[in-house]
Design a protein around this ligand. Structure first.
Ligand code: NDP
Length: 347
């Protein structure tokens, strides 16, 4: 074990954070998680094995300056995952950018004040690397998203600004503590809580007839349990440094639909018509203007483009291996059925 002191995890209620906490408890760590409501609202965390003895939940909001002082006090390691993950919002500045950036500043300031924090593990995203795949380019940790703005993929913008703020802060404060960043692609997998998060929600939508047809879109996928491991390896590996693209393979929407069909989910309302050719893509781009603003924007900046990235650094330096997308996808769907987000298959 790397530390006997509590490992702080911000945004404990979140899809990814809950798995980080489960994994930390499983490995014998003490954990201090931050939440926005009183602890009894999180039975799925309080019921985890080891939680009774070693999990403490404390209230903190990203926008409250100083709220994290008490939270990170005495900790060696902090994992900062809390950040709004929503695509369509009323006011991107207030709903996404402010909590992402101000929250990051607040957590960093508290880590600095603590005098105890050795390393902050920051949950960024592929969104801070690009919001528009280029079919001929392989993205690496050296790339930064310079395209997003409040009007263009604002979630991506919020993640880019927040991660930039974290690196700038560390430089300004002359590296008072380490910063290690995890940049996951689309995270899927079983949820520990009853709520449906944005990334699993996309799989639910694909299976519920929301998409008119198979579009020329592809995504990188990674299982939430692997993302949790990545955070812990980033803490436990002394030599960990910089950013880590956390991703298994990419998959075209056509392959995804085939995978779902061949995995026994063929009775769901999966898209049938192939709209992934040139005409289909033109049609989808036109139709994207009928979608909620940022969904439409996402379609227009991604359709017809192949996402490629290099995930070698995380495997080489942190020793992470990935479960297959098939296994992860099957677990995701079965879990959504379990929580009632999808009806049971008619097989
Ligand atoms: P969730 O929506 O499940 O979790 C988000 C967490 O942030 C929740 O705990 C939420 O608290 C908390 N949060 C939001 N706003 C505030 C606020 N103002 N003050 C305090 N806490 C707040 O998302 P995920 O678990 O999927 O995402 C976690 C992190 O991973 C985010 O930083 C996201 O950007 C990043 N990420 C996610 C990916 C994915 O595909 N899921 C991919 C790449 C990165 P509450 O429950 O109270 O709302």
């Amino acid at each position: 074990m790397k530390t006997n002191k509590p490992v702080c995890v911000t945004g404990a209620s979140g899809f990814i954070a809950a798995h980080i906490i489960r994994e930390l408890l499983e490995r014998g760590y003490n954990v201090r998680g931050t939440v926005r409501k009183s602890p009894e609202n999180y039975p799925f965390l309080l019921g985890l094995p080891g939680a009774k003895e070693r999990l403490e939940l404390v209230k903190a909001d990203l926008l409250d300056a100083g709220a994290y002082d008490r939270v990170v006090e005495g900790c060696d390691y902090v994992m900062h995952t809390a950040s709004p993950y929503k695509i369509n919002v009323k006011n991107p500045q207030i709903d996404l950018v402010d909590p992402a950036v101000t929250g990051t500043e607040n957590v960093l300031e508290s880590c600095l004040k603590s005098g105890s924090v050795k390393r902050l593990i920051f949950t960024s995203s592929i969104a801070a690397i690009t919001d528009e795949p280029e079919s001929t380019k392989v993205f690496t940790e050296k790339d930064w998203n310079i395209m997003s703005s409040l009007d263009r993929n604002p979630y991506h913008y919020s993640k880019t600004l927040a991660e930039r703020e974290a690196w700038d802060f560390i430089m300004r404060k002359r590296q008072a503590f380490d910063l290690v960043v995890i940049n996951p692609v689309l995270v899927i997998g079983p949820s520990l809580s009853p709520s449906l998060n944005t990334s699993n929600g996309m799989i639910r939508d694909i299976m519920s007839g929301v998409y008119p047809g198979i579009m020329d879109l592809n995504w990188g996928f990674v299982d939430v349990r692997d993302v949790a491991k990545a955070h812990i390896l980033a803490m436990e590996t002394d030599t960990a440094s910089g950013r880590y693209i956390c991703a298994d393979k990419t998959m075209h929407m056509r392959e995804l639909v085939t995978l779902l069909k061949s995995s026994g989910f063929d009775t769901y309302a999966l898209p049938k018509v192939d709209l992934s050719g040139i005409t289909g893509s033109l049609l989808m781009k036109a139709l994207s203007f009928t979608q909620p603003k940022n969904t439409g924007m996402y379609i227009r900046t991604n359709i017809g483009r192949t996402l490629r990235y290099d995930n070698a650094k995380i495997m080489r330096e942190l020793g992470l291996s990935f479960m297959t997308v098939r296994e992860s996808m099957i677990d995701t769907v079965n879990d959504m059925v379990k929580w009632g987000h999808l009806p049971a298959s008619k097989h």
